[in-house]
Design a protein around this ligand. Structure first.
Ligand code: ARG
Length: 383
């Protein structure tokens, strides 16, 4: 099934709707023959130019969209996604409040639960609401390329736009929570302070120095948030677009240890880790970066474990992904995947997902990036 663009004709929406309704009935035990439902959808479409998913269709659609996410290694548990149906909400303040409640429920005291909250869809009358922030939890980045950035350099443009808009700024630490930026229907984007009680964070320590903290990792003050919740992708199900539908899984350690904290255009911590470990950072051939990466990743996994917060390691998650492939094959379904995203950013060849190829076909239901999502995430034209 092809992914349908926003602003499609009724005929295109009908084509996508028909395929989805058939898929839903095929995959849902007891759903029976799709003919009655198809006739109802067809009539609703002719009348209003759109149609409403039943709660069961919404749940299955959101789960299958996860199943179809070719960049995600964590899809084994696609069928257990928790779906919070908030389709009645169109205003930014109500949406922000539900996003924060999403975080609390998904965090679940550390036993992270994959969760999605679905807000109002696009309709022929009006586009749906939008969340500009790329994730529900983001750390501020102060400064730009002319000066040293404090915090997450990725979020420096959004931080600057928010400051111009009147956000007073945080304490100036490397891990200040940014407000959430939400644009309600028929409204301009607004920012909402992230309540501290909605965000669980994990202090990062290294296992070798943890008792008594001989090596000073605790004083270093590194931390990361427990729940990755993508908030600027559009959920497309059967020709209906839900532009505000934040969703989360749990972290795989390498996302934090080999990317967020390590990338040169993020926290760029490898030189500091290397020095802390007493490595020879004067030559690439000492492999100090590689060694620093491994130790930083050990620290991330150790710290989440110590805090009893769910996190996967890349070896386990790779094996689970192969289990997922087998399971889906047994059910007669093809699994699309994007090798360059599935293979972990460290030790790729030590995981089984490296040693094979995948087809990267995009099918619907799906989570898609709409044009402009990147610009909005950077706060472009926010003021
Ligand atoms: N890589 C992103 C981050 O580090 C999160 C992407 C989604 N990850 C996930 N485990 N569901 O914040």
């Amino acid at each position: 099934m092809e992914i349908l663009q926003r602003r499609s004709t009724t005929a295109q929406v009908w084509g996508a709707a028909e395929e989805f309704i058939r898929l839903f009935h095929r995959e849902t035990p007891g759903a029976g023959d799709p003919r009655t439902r198809l006739a109802a959808v067809r009539a609703e479409l002719a009348e209003s130019g759109t149609y409403r998913h039943t709660p069961q269709e919404l749940v299955h659609g959101a789960r299958v969209a996860w199943r179809n996410s070719n960049r995600c290694i964590g899809r084994l548990y696609w069928n257990s996604l928790r779906v919070r149906d908030r389709r009645g909400l169109t205003d930014s303040d109500a949406i922000a409040a539900e996003c924060f409640e999403h975080l609390r429920e998904a965090t679940n005291g550390g036993r992270v639960r994959p969760t999605i909250t679905v807000f109002a869809p696009d309709t022929p009358q009006s586009p749906g609401p939008l969340i500009w922030s790329e994730q529900l939890v983001r750390y501020a980045g102060y400064g730009d390329h002319h000066s040293v950035t404090v915090g997450d350099a990725r979020n420096a443009p959004l931080t600057e736009a928010l400051l111009r808009l009147g956000w007073p700024g945080g304490a100036g630490t490397p891990f200040d929570l940014l407000p959430l930026v939400v644009q309600g229907v028929d409204d301009k984007p607004r920012w909402f302070d992230t309540p501290a009680d909605a965000v669980l964070e994990v202090p990062i320590r290294h296992p070798d120095g943890d008792d008594g903290d001989g090596d000073g990792w605790a004083d270093w003050g590194l931390r990361w948030h427990a729940v990755p919740a993508i908030s600027n992708m559009c959920l497309e199900i059967g020709g209906v677009h839900y532009p505000a539908a934040p969703f989360n899984g749990w972290y795989m350690g390498t996302e934090i240890g080999a990317r967020n904290l390590a990338d040169a255009d993020r926290y760029n911590l490898l030189p500091a880790v290397g020095r802390r470990l007493g490595l020879d950072t004067s030559s690439d051939r000492s492999l100090w970066k590689d060694r620093a990466l491994v130790e930083l990743n050990r620290a991330v996994l150790h710290s989440f474990d110590r805090a009893e917060v769910t996190i996967a390691d890349h070896h386990t998650e790779s094996r689970r992904f192969l289990t997922h492939l087998e399971r889906e094959e047994r059910r007669g379904r093809d699994v699309g995947a994007d090798w360059s995203w599935i293979v972990p950013p460290i030790s790729g060849s030590a995981t089984p997902v490296f040693h094979r190829t995948y087809e990267d076909r995009q099918v619907s239901p799906a989570y898609v990036h709409h044009p402009g999502a990147q610009d909005r995430a950077q706060g472009r034209d926010l003021v």
